[in-house]
Design a binder for this molecule. Sequence first.
Ligand SMILES: NC(=O)c1ccc[n+]([C@@H]2O[C@H](COP(=O)([O-])OP(=O)(O)OC[C@H]3O[C@@H](n4cnc5c(N)ncnc54)[C@H](OP(=O)(O)O)[C@@H]3O)[C@@H](O)[C@H]2O)c1
Length: 249
Amino acid sequence: MKITGNTVLIAGGTSGIGLELALRFHQAGNKVIVAGRRREALDAIAAEHRGIETEQFDITDNASIRRLFETVTAKHPRLNALVAMAGIMRPEPVLDSGSLETAERTVETNLLGTIRLVHAFAPFLTDRPHAAILTVTSGLAYVPLAATPTYSATKAAVHSYTESLREQLRETSVQVIEIAPPLTRTRLMGEGTDNDRAMPLDEFASEVMGLLESEPEARQILVERVKRQRWAEVDGTYDEIFAMQSGRR
Ligand SMILES: NC(=O)c1ccc[n+]([C@@H]2O[C@H](COP(=O)([O-])OP(=O)(O)OC[C@H]3O[C@@H](n4cnc5c(N)ncnc54)[C@H](OP(=O)(O)O)[C@@H]3O)[C@@H](O)[C@H]2O)c1
């Protein structure tokens, strides 16, 4: 991917990884539009970072995604990159009846949301030079976290979807890139941002931007820390890592 001179929409950029990458793209000389649900977060981003545009949307609502598409392409006809970042991760004890709703919401947000975004934006992007669609999976796409079965499954599904999408768009101008973050210090699970086992957010964003620049044809963006999960099956370490993630080792 070209890392400067783009018009980039980060769908799910009001906090965490999306916001950090939005700032990095902005600094690198791209026009950046951040979309998310929280109005106050969007207003704070617009106030603090001159030049970054914001739009409100809800990825679980297809009409809202269609409105986002109409608004962003009308205001920014040079749009050439979409980052499908929005995601949720909640504990899902399957014997707890309440967790079915969590599971359904997770599919709607992480998987169906990504698919709906692609359907809304891909036809427009195929007419744009140097276009890119970036999806966001996880190390948990490759070795699941038993405490969040649906979350892990949605990320494995987005990985699979991304592979097919890339193949379908092979003859177009659209580059399809999967970002697979490791555990990173954000508030995704509602925790604080001081988890020692998690990668510091600024280090993660720097490594991602470095990889996008140094490997412009990359299909996957894999920071060093995620490689043990990404290649666990190949390395023969899957059972060990799965047990460790399940708290059994
Ligand atoms: N942090 C990690 O360890 C880690 C590891 C692997 C993958 N990831 C992935 O990275 C992505 C970003 O997560 P994060 O860690 O940066 O957590 P985060 O700070 O909670 O960010 C999640 C983003 O998704 C947006 N979002 C959630 N539901 C939405 C909805 N219904 N409509 C629109 N936007 C919605 C949130 O915006 P609003 O709240 O404003 O709606 C927020 O901007 C997710 O896809 C996550 O699965 C994270």
